[in-house]
Design a protein around this ligand. Structure first.
Ligand code: FNR
Length: 340
């Protein structure tokens, strides 16, 4: 299967994956406060994640590009909604366009539709410094994501098998690029041990990319004839990953993603230490089912939900949610307790 065919197969699989199973966000409750000192007009969604100034903590996370007309059209629609609501958007892995010039348009369309917004470039950890620079230029990126996806590659029959140079590659990029470099997982979570390695080479931005939403073990398994089902639920749940990185490395600029379904999950991520949160699968399903207008409405609802939580907890901006009163339950609580 070619890289372009694989991208379309991924989209078709994600459209089928409806998120009905509970995840770690269901094992966290925010404690209601009945007396808020605020007026709704005082609330603002403006926030920051390190050097990135944002008009919302919500962003559309990396998904697609490089699969020809269909991915260009999806990216255009995602970018139109991001532009209308002025939220940040990450493009999917640009590795294909670095190898084939004809694929570039499927990414460039995002910058065209969101000319002054925050656009985040995306490469794999196999990328060289020169490739990372070209990916940034391609979309005039404000930040660069480098994705770690070892489990996905290993389940993918045609996936990579040699990861021995990855940390050195990342170090070369982060040492020579001036915009924020974000290391992200794709749904398997980043542990504090991995965060320690990343921190030691100068990484300041980590997207937990945890388990609980889109599952690339399931997606890749569905493309295999000899399925490795035991690995379908591999990974660190997003809330666990976030909280252990936050506890061990409080100065890292934390980003949450993986299984965030709505504004309430987003607020729980912000309370757990994230500065911004990304959604991928739910955004893709919405834009495919309900077009740009449906996605704009979804973003509006997410913003309303975050503001309602902020109002109730008595904070005027998303970054002040960190540490607000909450309780943890079940497996998520046990996991966090064991790791602290
Ligand atoms: C992804 N994701 C992804 N991530 C990345 O860094 N580069 C990529 O090219 C892709 N490609 C991709 C395609 C599709 C169709 C989906 C749905 C997702 C992973 C994505 O950014 C995110 O980390 C996970 O999907 C988990 O978040 P959700 O989907 O649970 O919100």
């Amino acid at each position: 299967m070619s890289r372009a065919q694989r991208k379309i197969a991924h989209i078709n699989e994600v459209v089928k994956q409806t998120q009905t199973e509970p995840n770690s966000f269901d094992e966290m409750e925010i404690i209601h406060q009945s007396l808020t000192p605020l007026n709704w007009n005082e609330l603002s969604l403006n926030t920051a994640c390190g050097e990135l100034s944002l008009s919302s903590p919500l962003f559309i996370n990396a998904m697609t590009g490089g699969g020809g007309f269909k991915t260009a059209e999806i990216n255009q629609k995602l970018a139109m909604a991001a532009h209308e609501k002025n939220i940040a958007i990450a493009v999917g892995s640009q590795m294909s366009a670095l190898k084939d010039e004809e694929e570039k348009n499927t990414y460039e369309v995002v910058r065209r539709e969101h000319p002054n917004g925050i656009v985040i470039a995306n490469v794999g950890s196999e990328a060289t410094l020169e490739q990372a620079k070209r990916a940034i230029d391609m979309v005039e990126a404000n930040a660069l994501q480098i994705h770690l996806n070892v489990m996905q590659e290993l389940i993918m029959p045609e996936g990579d098998r040699d990861f021995s140079e990855r940390l050195r590659n990342i170090e070369d990029i982060v040492s020579n690029i001036s915009i924020p470099v974000i290391i992200k997982e794709v749904g398997f979570g980043i542990s504090k041990e991995t965060a320690a390695k990343l921190e030691s080479i100068g990484i300041k931005y980590i997207d937990a990319g945890g388990r609980g939403g889109t599952s690339f073990s399931q997606i890749e398994n569905n493309r295999r004839t000899d399925r490795l089902h035991s690995l379908n639920h591999w990974g660190i749940p997003t809330l666990v990953s976030l909280r252990e990185i936050q506890a061990a490395f409080p100065n890292v600029h934390l980003i949450a993603s993986g299984g965030i379904r709505h504004g309430l999950d987003g607020a729980k991520a912000l309370i757990s230490g994230a500065n911004m949160f990304g959604m991928a699968g739910p955004m893709l399903r919405t834009v495919i089912d309900q077009d740009v207008e449906g996605l704009v409405n979804k973003i509006d609802s997410i913003h309303d939900e975050i503001k309602i939580v902020m109002m109730t907890l008595g904070v005027t901006s998303p970054n002040l949610l960190k540490g607000s009163p909450h309780a943890l339950f079940g497996k998520t609580k046990e996991w966090i307790n064991q790791r602290t």
